[in-house]
Design a binder for this molecule. Structure first.
Ligand code: TYM
Length: 325
């Protein structure tokens, strides 16, 4: 039996370099291995923050296009829409009865959102339960995600353990996979993570060259004279080095050596050019996909069909174990 990889991307705005370096890059690389892969657009999760129904459809399609342009390949992976696979939510309900409100209250992402001033809805509170269901419904062995999702994956394991203890071994405990760039920081505030909720600090995969130059040139650094890597004391420049290393594959210490005697302006110009080079093929694929939305929709429908087949079977196992059928 092949091992299974599952991960999701939330369609709130466009894909940024943090999403890419934290998760998507791994999702693409894992396509070279002999694994079963299910990658989905987490449209239900995206409803937990205020949205416009008119824009939502475009955001869902846009995220699917961004993900495929970045390298998710429907020939190698099952790519689908979460909200079109009802078993995710059916399982989420069952799991919610095994999750304490105390556990949910400890979730850092939830607390951060509330601190930002969001009026918490029950969906935002229960967000990690739906996430657990997304993963457990496919018996995922591996879940590639950024650092910000680590706690949610730990909760997923706890829920799976509790289910298995109560109802007999039914669910697989997944392992989170984090890569070398699990937390990319905001360009204009490197103490915060790069997030679609602060678009000004994001570098989007669709950004044209002049915007890339402008965003990198104005990225916050420090007053040191040399380029150096120290995420705690020098978060700005360290973040830029991580981005450089993540997209070029060159180790950070090699980059530090190369730019040690350069000023920030020279380093930033080289980084912006490296980013532009990296984004070019992605943007070309994106342009083509944007002209073929009907084709993208067909791909998602085919993926959704396969996902439904797998998920329905698992849901039946879970219901049987829980005494529902
Ligand atoms: P989303 O869309 O917010 O983020 C998508 C992926 O990008 C990672 N990420 C980052 N990595 C590094 N640096 C950053 N600044 C950064 N910002 C985001 C996220 O960790 C994520 O891996 N809850 C998920 C969506 C989801 C999901 C799932 C993921 C729903 N169900 C089941 C895995 C499994 C999320 O926040 O996506």
């Amino acid at each position: 039996m092949l091992k299974t990889v599952v991960s999701g991307l939330k369609p709130t705005g466009e894909l940024h370099i943090g999403n890419y370096l934290g998760a998507v890059k791994q999702l693409v690389e894992l396509q070279k291995k002999n694994l079963r892969r299910l990658y989905f657009i987490a449209d239900y999760h995206s409803l937990t923050i205020p949205y416009s129904p008119k824009e939502k459809r475009g955001e869902i399609m846009g995220m699917a296009i961004d993900a495929m342009a970045a390298g998710l390949d429907p020939k190698k992976s099952i790519i689908f829409l979460q909200s079109h696979v009802p078993a995710h939510n059916n399982l989420a309900w069952i799991l919610s009865t095994l999750t304490s409100t105390g556990q949910l209250n400890r979730m850092v992402e939830y607390k951060e959102k509330v601190q930002e001033g969001r009026v918490p809805n029950a969906g935002l509170f229960g967000y990690p339960i739906l996430m657990a269901a997304d993963v457990l419904i496919y018996d995922a062995d591996f879940v590639p995600v950024g650092e910000d999702q680590r706690q949610h994956l730990e909760l997923t394991r706890d829920i799976a353990q509790l289910f298995n203890k109560r109802f007999g071994k039914t669910l697989t405990e997944p392992e989170a996979l984090h890569n070398q760039t699990p937390r990319i920081m905001s360009l204009n505030d490197p103490k915060k993570k790069m997030s679609k909720s602060i678009p000004a600090g994001c570098l989007f995969l669709s950004d044209p060259p002049d915007i890339v130059h402008r965003k990198i040139a104005s990225a916050q650094t420090d007053s040191h004279k040399t380029i150096g890597y120290d995420p705690r004391k020098r978060p700005g420049v360290s973040n830029l080095l991580s981005i450089y290393s993540g997209i070029s594959g060159r180790p950070i210490n090699e980059l530090v050596k190369k730019f040690r005697n350069s000023g920030y302006a020279e380093f930033k110009k080289a980084l912006a050019e490296e980013i532009i080079k990296f984004l070019k093929p992605i943007q070309q694929r994106r342009k083509k996909l944007l002209q073929n939305k009907a084709g993208v929709m067909r791909t998602l429908e085919a993926g959704t069909k396969t996902a439904n087949r797998i998920a329905e079977k698992k849901l039946a196992d879970v219901k049987r174990a829980a005494g529902l059928i």
